[in-house]
Write a new protein. Structure first.
Length: 265
């Protein structure tokens, strides 16, 4: 294994699994376009000192809870457990969210074959402001469709800030130019599931330093902290973006013998 600091922290760990805090601007695993990047798969491998198996994915710009198997035999059972997991995301979105209480979004989504699938999310505001026009939402996806959180908040006319796929380009540019926002405003805050051995797992990931610093400057920060205990915890440090791997490394996209990770956010 490479002699370097992986720059990631474990949030919870047990026999055959680990949940880590994925920093923003780091891909989950390498691909054809980023063959030498120091991705999460390699970082977590270096953290534990052995092969690891990603159970799901978060996009480069997203941050938060990311589950890996450290025992190949547990990769498929952990993926099955993830189907019934309770996932919570923080979405930093455009506009002042008008609704009080929780909203339900049931807009179906097409799969990779163009077939419409049911998709259900619950959304509530933690904080909101008119100047600047933005909100922090807590989103509970009840199904696991690709980019479900990003697409469902867009359907509420509150796209995630700095979302290049489903967001508002002019708004994204304003936040980049005026507030220095460099990445997708999405954070996988919490993950709760029943492990293959029957034990419960319930873990949260503190904000990373970039979002923590930004959110503290916004008018709704005190409201959000009151609405979500732990939101003001000490932030996680970010890491250097896109650090390259050693020249002789050719780790596969997903280790042989393990199922491919589930696409989420």
């Amino acid at each position: 294994m490479a002699d370097r600091d992986p720059g990631v922290r474990a949030l919870a760990q047990g026999d055959g699994w680990i949940v880590v805090a994925k920093p923003p601007q780091v891909i989950t695993h390498r691909n054809w376009a980023h063959r030498k990047e120091y991705a999460m798969l390699q970082r977590v491998r270096d953290l534990v000192g052995d092969r690891v198996y990603p159970i799901h994915r978060l996009d480069r710009g997203a941050s938060g809870c990311l589950l890996f198997a450290t025992d190949r035999a547990l990769a498929a059972p952990l993926q099955a457990a993830l189907v019934g997991a309770r996932k919570r995301y923080l979405a930093f979105v455009r506009g002042c969210f008008a609704a009080d209480g929780e909203l339900r979004v049931d807009t179906p989504m097409k799969d990779s074959n163009g077939v419409l699938k049911e998709a259900h999310s619950r959304v509530r505001a933690l904080g909101r402001s008119e100047d600047p026009r933005c909100s922090l939402l807590l989103v509970h996806p009840e199904t696991g469709r690709y980019h479900q959180v990003r697409r469902h908040v867009r359907d509420l006319n509150h796209p995630i800030i700095r979302d290049g796929d489903h967001g508002d380009g002019k708004v994204n540019q304003w936040w980049r130019d005026h507030r220095g926002v460099q990445r997708l405003g999405l954070h996988a805050w919490g993950l709760a599931l029943t492990l293959p051995d029957g034990a419960p797992l319930d873990v949260t990931c503190p904000l990373f330093a970039d979002q923590h610093a930004l959110f503290q400057t916004l008018p709704w920060w005190a409201d959000a902290v009151a609405a979500l205990p732990g939101l003001d915890a000490d932030p996680m440090p970010t890491v250097a973006e896109a650090q390259g791997g050693a020249p002789d490394e050719e780790d596969p996209e997903a280790p042989v013998g393990a199922p491919p990770p589930v696409d989420t956010e």
